[in-house]
Design a binder for this molecule. Structure first.
Ligand SMILES: Nc1ncnc2c1ncn2[C@@H]1O[C@H](COP(=O)(O)OP(=O)(O)OP(=O)(O)O)[C@@H](O)[C@H]1O
Ligand SMILES: [Mg+2]
Length: 511
């Protein structure tokens, strides 16, 4: 039998608002039963191409063939009928519903049938879970399960709808390292059962582990399709960004500066449960020109530390000093404007950007009432615009329309570059940086890392919280390891290795 392609997208073009070329003449062939990676820089057009395949957008031009037959995929319902399922980066689940109900929501079953058939539905789901080794608690409410579990629910959802072609749009960006391992196993399992998988990820290690072939697009154009086993990681990266990538490293230049931040015996209630402490008796200092890295498994006090230092959360007890001034009870805006804080939050959609405002507004946000942008009650729009344009050029924010683009329209990675650019361009003394490169392409990561090191050289005190050990190792002067809200280890950046940090991360807490 001739080996037909499960998916063939031919000469696909997608132009938004008559001017933004998101896809131009893209070709994508995916063989039945393979794991096919879709790679490209932030804003290259990956999500757009997959949204076309899933019937969310109608392409401006091009043809799509599913299992050899040309199809017009006019809606996600049609895509589902054709056996295409998509696991989106932002989950679409109803928090207060149990898992099983979320899975069948919007499927063929009518509401009445749902209630009558609950037993049958649970039986069906249980057998799917067994078949694919995808255990979840079907009766748990979605709000009570972890991010990794929510993703499994999304996967079950499309398996329940009998998807044969499964699209994963940056599924690992939101997961912890152990959840990532779990997901990669699931993907291998799915492939073993004959499913066809399209995987979008920026992480080369993941592509190397599970993908058979990779198609690379750059700035909306098709670059090529590569055999992953036969192509080195650096070659793939080069094809993606169009140049060689160098790994940025801290030179650990000695500084004898003063302590800029002093934290004493900080106790902070847990983010998810205010009956217990999430950060316990935390003390440290950060010098001007020092990058203090915080390593640890997610959920061990990182959020509490970032929120306490930025002023988003009240502390239970303890003190925070910036330049010898006690800021423990200062408001967020005072921390920004008087004490010159910069803050790159973890949850960028919730706290980083006003998604329905344009970029100029987003850049000017914290400064709008200060002298910088207003004079005698008038807002200086030109100054706002010029500053925004500077950030856009420097941080290579794509399709920003000179700052007039609405934040929501930017690709995920470009939204992030915008926030990082804004915070690193502010005149600040200290910067709290939480997971700065989650979801960014290799070229952007390289650039952001060099900018963080520049901020260090300018004498800023930097708290870097990251779940990526490589990032902590590359950038930190000093590293603290958190476990269960406590510091369980400290090591200089120079002496740290992945192995040593790994050991410290799982070492038990001395009570
Ligand atoms: N609805 C829209 N309206 C206008 N422009 C859009 C829209 N959706 C996407 N774009 C633009 O199309 C381009 C491609 O975006 P897309 O989201 O496909 O990129 P991506 O490759 O998925 O990037 P990332 O890795 O950052 O997620 C971007 O420059 C984006 O600004
Ligand atoms: Mg995307």
């Amino acid at each position: 039998m001739k080996n037909i392609n499960a998916v063939e997208m031919k000469n696909i073009s997608m132009i938004f608002n008559k001017k933004i070329i998101a896809n131009k003449n893209i070709n994508l062939d995916v063989k039945k039963g393979e794991v096919h990676a879709l790679m490209g820089e932030n804003g290259a057009g990956k999500s757009t191409l997959m949204s076309i395949l899933f019937g969310i957008y109608e392409p401006t031009e091009g043809n799509i063939f599913i299992n050899g037959k040309e199809e017009i995929i006019s809606s996600p319902v049609k895509a589902t009928k054709l056996g295409i399922g998509m696991v989106h980066q932002h989950f679409k689940l109803v928090d207060i519903f149990p898992v099983w109900k979320n899975i069948i929501l919007g499927s063929e079953e009518t509401q009445y049938k749902q209630i009558i058939n609950k037993k049958k539905i649970i039986e069906d789901l249980t057998s799917i879970m067994k078949e694919y080794n995808l255990e979840v608690d079907l009766n748990a409410k979605v709000k009570d399960i972890s991010v990794g579990m929510k993703q499994r629910v999304e996967i079950l959802k499309i398996l329940y709808r009998k998807a044969e072609i499964m699209v994963f749009d940056e599924p690992t960006a939101v997961l912890t390292p152990s959840e990532i391992d779990g997901l990669l196993k699931v993907i291998k399992e799915l492939k073993g059962m004959g499913k066809t998988i399209i995987l979008i990820t920026h992480k080369m290690a993941e592509i190397k582990e599970v993908a058979d072939r990779a198609t690379i697009i750059r700035k909306g154009h098709y670059v090529g399709t590569f055999d992953v086993k036969k192509t080195s990681a650096s070659k793939l990266a080069e094809a993606m960004v169009g140049r060689k990538i160098i790994e940025i490293k801290n030179t650990h230049k000695q500084n004898n500066n003063e302590d800029l931040i002093v934290i004493k015996n900080l106790n902070v209630k847990k983010h998810s449960n205010n009956k217990v402490l999430g950060l316990k008796n935390f003390s440290t200092t950060i010098k001007a020109g020092e990058i203090l890295g915080i390593a640890g498994v997610e959920g061990n006090g990182q959020i509490e530390l970032a929120e306490a230092l930025s002023g988003m959360t009240k502390v239970d007890s303890g003190k925070i000093y910036v330049n010898d001034k006690n800021i423990t009870h200062e408001s967020i805006s005072k921390r920004y404007n008087v004490h010159k804080m910069g803050f790159i939050p973890e949850d960028r959609h919730k706290f980083g950007l006003v998604l329905d405002a344009n970029l100029i507004t987003n850049v000017a946000l914290q400064d709008i009432s200060t002298k910088k942008y207003s004079k005698h009650g008038f807002i200086n729009k030109t100054a706002m615009q010029t500053h925004t344009q500077k950030i856009i050029s420097k941080f290579d924010v794509r399709n920003a329309d000179a700052g007039f683009a609405i934040a929501r329209q930017l690709s995920g990675g470009n939204q992030q570059k915008m926030i990082i650019g804004r915070e690193l361009s502010r005149d600040n003394n200290f910067i709290i940086i939480f997971q700065p490169t989650r979801g960014l392409d290799v070229g952007s990561i390289e650039f952001i890392h060099s900018e963080i090191l520049k901020a260090k050289e300018e004498g800023k005190a930097i708290l870097l919280i990251s779940y990526e050990l490589s990032e902590i190792l590359q950038l930190s002067d000093r590293i603290l390891v958190l476990n269960s809200g406590q510091i369980v280890g400290e090591i200089s950046g120079k002496n740290a290795t992945r192995e040593k940090l790994g050991e410290m991360m799982v070492s038990s807490v001395v009570e």
